[in-house]
Structure formats: C-alpha cells, structure tokens
Write a protein that binds this ligand. Structure first.
Ligand code: ADP
Ligand code: MG
Length: 235
C-alpha cells in the first residue's frame, strides 16, 4: 500500500491499544496521532506507565496494531499479517535499555547476527561487523565477550548491532538508563552521528533530561495520550 505522506517514515493516525480480554480489557493508548519525517530524530518522554514502550512496540511491529492507522515506510500495518510484520521488522533497528547481547557470542559475532539473518555471505558479515564496531570505537574489543565489556561498551555494541544492517528506522527504549552520565552522552551522540550519516529516522524514549538536545523534536506521553509536539525545543 502506498502512503499519502511520501516524506514521512512513520504516520500514526487515531491509534488505540488495549491489553487483555473481557473484564480485564484495559485501554493503554488513546487516539494517538504522530508523524515522523524521514531522517528526523524524535525523543519521547513521559512518566512510567504512560504507554511509551507499548507505542514503541507497535511502531516496531513487535505487536500488531488493533485500531486506527499505523504506516511504517509507506505500508499500513494495522491489521497486517504476521509475514508483513516480519518483513517490516527487517527495516527497523532496535536498542533496548538492557542491551540484550548474547553472552555466548563475541562483540563481533553479536553484530554479525542481524546480517546473517539477512542472508549476507559470512565473509561480508565479518567485514561489515568489524567496520561498524570500529565506527563505535570498539575496534580493539571485537573478540571480547559481553561480560568483559563495560556497560557503556556493551550499549555501543548494541548500537552497532542495530545499525549494521542500515535500517531505515531505529527505535530505542531508554538506551541510556543503565549508563553513567558520560557513557550515556557518548552513546546518544554516536547514535545521532551514525543516524545522520545513514539518514535514518530515530525515535528514542528516555527519562534522561541530559540527552534531550540531540532531538530535532520532543513529544510527550501521559496516561496513554500524546500530550504535545514541542517543535524545535531542543534547538
Ligand atoms: P511506559 O513504557 O511508558 O512505562 P508501558 O507501555 O510499559 O508504559 O505501559 C503502559 C500501561 O500498559 C501500563 O499501565 C502497564 O501496566 C500496561 N502494560 C504494559 N505491558 C502490558 C502487558 N503486556 N499486558 C498488560 N498490561 C500491560
Ligand atoms: Mg517503558
């Protein structure tokens, strides 16, 4: 399906979301509308429980949208089939609070993984993973296992893994939550730099006020509602 918004990477209109069935059915997202342009970096803030992770998981095609409209890269995903969701996920990079690296794989093997899933030949996955790790300042750590890396280094491996397949969209859920001030800053500046280089769209959820200035635009969630689009506040 072709989008009527050719410049927008993400177009959400009147999206609602419910958890549970029957008596336990509970609405957690209310009438969300949001557009994010290609190449834009948007930061989403809001209290715990306000629906940020739920919204991110819908945009990331990690759960399926129920009512309203959700267009990702020009494709309608509300009511999409499982195979359509799987295909859409291939164009998205994910960075979570806990880095979710595989402990039994080296830094380089962790970064190679998404490329292998894309069916890229092994030699080439090695080369691209090494280049991406070098871009995040970890050229000397390619053969280290996660347990031998600092928290900041682990999160940089996670960023390399999210960006190595050059996704059109990167979704990050509290990526600096487990990091000290300087590592947190380094990590988001790196994301910003790499994203601008690859002209990729970023939506980042955070409680961390110290990183808001990397955004082109801030949006805020409260009690399941998107409160505001605060334009250029970071400028
Ligand atoms: P945030 O990321 O802003 O903290 P969440 O999206 O995680 O918010 O949660 C929004 C609301 O949905 C909360 O009330 C939470 O308890 C509820 N919720 C989150 N995940 C589930 C789930 N899998 N099943 C039922 N309720 C959930
Ligand atoms: Mg959350």
């Amino acid at each position: 399906m072709i989008s009527s918004h050719p410049q927008a990477a993400i177009v959400i209109e009147n999206l609602n979301h419910f958890y549970g069935q029957g008596n336990l059915r509970k609405q957690v997202l209310f009438d969300i509308s949001l557009q994010i342009q290609t190449g834009e970096i948007v930061i989403m803030t809001g209290p715990s429980g306000s629906g940020k992770t739920t919204l991110l998981s819908l945009i990331g095609c990690l759960r399926s949208a129920q009512t309203g409209s959700l267009q990702i890269l020009g494709q309608e995903l509300c009511g999409a089939s499982n195979s359509q969701l799987v295909a859409a996920r291939r164009r998205i990079g994910y960075i979570f609070q806990a880095h979710n690296l595989l402990e039994s794989l080296t830094a380089q093997q962790n970064v190679q993984l998404p490329l292998e899933l894309h069916g890229i030949p092994f030699k080439q996955t090695q080369k691209q993973a090494a280049e991406m790790l070098s871009a995040v300042g970890l050229a000397a750590q390619v053969n280290d296992y996660p347990e031998n890396l600092s928290g900041g280094q682990q999160q940089r491996v996670a960023i390399a893994r999210a960006l190595v397949s050059r996704p059109a969209i990167v979704l990050a859920d509290e990526p600096t939550a487990a990091l000290d001030k300087q590592s947190g800053r380094d990590v988001v500046e790196l994301m910003q730099h790499l994203a601008k280089e690859q002209s990729c769209t970023i939506l980042l959820v955070t409680h961390d006020n110290r990183i808001l200035d990397i955004a082109d635009r801030l949006v805020q969630m409260e009690d399941g509602y998107l409160l505001s689009n605060i334009q250029e506040l970071a400028a």
